[in-house]
Design a protein around this ligand. Structure first.
Ligand code: C2E
Ligand code: MG
Ligand code: MG
Ligand code: MG
Length: 291
């Protein structure tokens, strides 16, 4: 009980809280200049077709190369960027960079990939989003079919009709949409059916204990069935073991992403991986090269 802990403990907690707030303020301060200073970079994690083994896409994930603290992951600064409104400028940089990178890989003769970009709720709600997406495509010369936006269920909860309208505008451009971290939010199943999306992404918290937890197995296989009944594709994120992969494949999951296949990689390393992958596939199945 807090009252029984005495004065010193109260001070202790206050100091901890202050340290936490201070850390936030320091990061927030740095966040403002980080874009101008070029401290953000994108890494790309392959997405693999579970039936064919082919890499068909990559997810762009942002990293902050902090001058003092080293590499900072998005879980530490995306919420701050959202609260402060910085997410709009940062999100635009991510969109532009991912589209340009994807076009550069295509220009270099690599097999075309779809690049997925995460869009957080505040970014999705912003009035200029559709225009920003169109602009990123035209600036980079990337065809719309090679871009996907990943949105979470949080996007949808605030104003369903508005979310559906905006999704429709994105789809009308030819850009795909996926629901990220599916199963962790609160979107109702009836809402789901009205979304013009093409993919459901099973949250990694349900993937982790596949093969161990019957509850998680039930959730994962239900999401797969639900997706297919709604004529959506379904991808599992956070796949780390052969056991998880086997479960997903046996239960009809279409695609996977996770450390088992590859960690998120800087562009040059991803290019190398794609080259090796395309070559290995040509050697393994020469008849497909003629097609
Ligand atoms: P997310 O979109 O659900 O991304 C999946 C996260 O799981 C990524 O963390 C990825 O690195 C990690 N991951 C991939 N494979 C595995 C695996 O096998 N095991 C485990 N344990 N984790 C794996 P990351 O890169 O730290 O990103 C965290 C979250 O930050 C993302 O979750 C996304 O919501 C957000 N985020 C990342 N980049 C951006 C961005 O450019 N814009 C916005 N708005 N949000 C972003
Ligand atoms: Mg994502
Ligand atoms: Mg996710
Ligand atoms: Mg997530």
């Amino acid at each position: 009980r807090a009252k029984d802990l005495g004065k010193n403990n109260c001070q202790f907690y206050t100091r901890e809280m202050n340290a936490c707030i201070e850390e936030k303020l320091v990061l927030l301060e740095g966040l403002r200049s980080a874009l101008d200073e070029g401290q953000f970079r994108l890494v790309y994690q392959p997405k693999v077709d579970l039936h064919t083994g082919r890499i068909f896409g990559v997810e762009a994930l942002v990293r902050w190369e902090h001058p003092e603290q080293g590499c900072i992951g998005p879980d530490r600064f995306i919420p701050l960027a959202e609260e402060s409104g910085m997410i709009i400028a940062l999100g635009e940089w991510v969109l532009q960079t991912a589209c340009r990178q994807n076009r550069a890989w295509q220009d270099a003769g690599l097999p075309p990939l779809r690049v997925s970009v995460n869009v957080s709720p505040r970014q999705f709600e912003e009035l200029g989003l559709v225009q920003r997406v169109a602009q990123a495509l035209s600036d980079s010369g990337l065809a719309a079919e090679w871009l996907e936006l990943e949105v979470t269920e949080g996007v949808i909860m605030r104003d369903l009709q508005q979310a559906v309208d905006k999704m429709a505008q994105v789809r009308a451009m030819g850009v795909s949409l996926a629901i990220d971290d599916f199963g962790t939010g609160y979107s109702s199943l009836s809402a789901l059916k009205s979304f013009p999306i093409s993919t459901l992404k099973i949250d990694k918290s349900f993937v982790r204990d596949l093969g161990v937890s019957e509850g998680d197995e039930a959730i994962a296989s239900s999401i797969i069935d639900l997706a297919h009944r709604l004529r959506l594709r379904v991808i599992a994120e956070g796949v780390e073991t052969e056991q998880q992969k086997a479960f997903l494949r046996q239960n009809g999951c279409d695609e996977m992403q996770g450390y088992l296949f590859s960690r998120p990689l800087p562009p040059e390393q991803l290019r190398q991986l794609l080259l090796t992958h395309a070559f290995a596939r040509q050697v393994a199945a020469p008849e497909t090269t003629a097609a």
